[in-house]
Design a binder for this molecule. Structure first.
Ligand code: TYD
Length: 214
């Protein structure tokens, strides 16, 4: 029914908000599927292990990008599309914009090149709404420092300049897709962040309902 993706730099708090959004929508009787990337079905979870393992520090940027896309392909065909066909609201913690910002921009492979590959692989599956959790890279880094070493993955451990570049990459995407990507001020209390999220999500739900009735 509705495909929502959540994006942001590491430490932007989107995962906490995703769970609260799921509960709120479920309490209103919506069928909600919350999932995350990289991951999803069994094969995509195996790819996740390879990508995020701290052992794989020699991974080539192209290997990294193609593995993220491979995991996404599996996730879309096995989980996301079937759920959307059943009429669910699918909330996905990270999706194709992560590949554009992290691999396309920050790793320098090119946003457009990766867009082309992703369009070939994913076809018309695109989010209806994307929420970007906006937080200064420095603030996010402080939040990340509260995490233990065990909780950090290979990308979390990148230098602060990498996270700043990822943030810049997202700014490019926001300016190019302002219709789809909505900016949430994530440097606020949880309730204040949720209020902004609900505003865009309920607008999107109303739009879908209006299309159905019209
Ligand atoms: P995860 O532990 O799920 O982090 P988070 O809670 O911040 O989403 O790890 C996912 C990491 O992978 C995160 O650092 C972002 C990165 N990533 C990419 O670089 N490209 C991608 O396409 C995706 C989906 C994630």
């Amino acid at each position: 029914m509705l495909f929502i993706t959540l994006e942001g730099i590491d430490g932007s708090g989107k995962t906490t908000i995703a769970k609260l959004l799921r509960e709120k929508l479920r309490s209103e009787g919506y069928n909600v599927v919350l999932t995350r990337e990289p991951g999803g079905d069994e094969i995509a979870e195996q790819i996740r292990e390879i990508i995020l393992s701290k052992k794989n520090e020699k991974m080539d940027p192209w290997t990294e990008a193609l593995l993220y896309i491979a995991a996404r392909c599996q996730h879309v065909s096995q989980d996301i599309l079937p759920a959307l066909k059943e009429g669910a609201i699918v909330i996905c913690d990270r999706f194709m914009d992560s590949t554009s910002a992290y691999q396309g921009y920050a790793r320098g492979l090119g946003i457009r090149t990766l867009d082309e590959i992703q369009s070939m692989v994913l076809g018309t599956t695109k989010p209806d709404l994307t929420l970007f959790f906006d937080i200064e890279p420095k603030v996010a880094l402080n939040r990340m420092q509260e995490r233990s070493e065990d909780e950090m993955n290979r990308l979390d451990l990148e230098k602060s300049t990498f996270h700043e570049k990822v943030y810049e990459g997202y700014q490019v995407l926001i300016s190019e897709h302002s219709e789809r990507i909505k900016v949430i001020d994530a440097d606020k209390t949880i309730n204040e962040v949720l209020e902004q999220v609900y505003y865009y999500v309920y607008n999107a739900i109303d739009k879908i309902k209006a299309q159905k009735n019209g």
